[in-house]
Design a protein around this ligand. Sequence first.
Ligand code: ADP
Ligand code: ADP
Length: 225
Amino acid sequence: EAKLKVRDLAKLYGNVTALDHVSLDVQEGEFMTLLGPSGSGKTTLLQLISGLVHPSTGSVIIDGKDCTRAPIHTRDIGVVFQNYALFPHLTVSENVGFPLLMRKIAQKEIQRRVNEALEMVGLSHAEDRFPQQLSGGQQQRVALARCLVYKPAIILMDEPLGALDAKLRETMQIEIKRIHRETSTTMIFVTHDQEEALALSDRICLMEDGRIAQIGTPQEMYDRP
Ligand code: ADP
Ligand code: ADP
């Protein structure tokens, strides 16, 4: 059975249809990219999957459980945003450990898992720094570590590399790919960059006007004669 099932999901804002009756299956361990121009509904679909926003109609099913109305913290999901959303007054370690603190995990276990997550993103040396002392790429790594630290079943990423320059984007693509391989986490990644989608994805879901225009592997979608 699919890890995530989206069924007939729609979201209206006034008379604007942000998402227009979308159905989608994402398999366990799959790297799925939502690709499409600005305004095509990518962020809305991600927000509905995470529970940040509630749908007008339709359902979100994770591990066979209908969680359409379940609040975000009850879903086994992690989210990484383009703007990182780090706490400026907390160190790198404290930022990464924050989700575990919220889950009332013992301090010693938090330290162990923070170290593990920072190692995963190559930032062990920066644990005592503050976000504003880091580069954009490093801040994005912290945001990723903060998500990895509680081992969510599904990680959602909304244009996580959008604020980085081309060279750094490429480095981070390789890093994300490696982390996907090493953790086997189901990942849903939003971008408007076709090259990025091709480099990262098991499957690409091409969005247009709040609908899925096309879906398939990179080969199926772009290598056909
Ligand atoms: P994308 O992520 O592909 O850029 P969005 O999901 O952000 O697309 O937006 C899809 C459409 O829904 C756009 O027309 C956008 O303006 C509209 N929209 C998204 N969120 C809101 C909101 N909170 N209020 C009003 N309209 C919204
Ligand atoms: P992206 O293009 O990366 O999807 P946007 O800048 O379109 O992001 O949207 C960022 C945030 O603003 C989202 O939370 C979205 O729901 C909200 N938003 C987008 N369009 C509108 C709108 N027309 N009115 C109000 N909020 C909106």
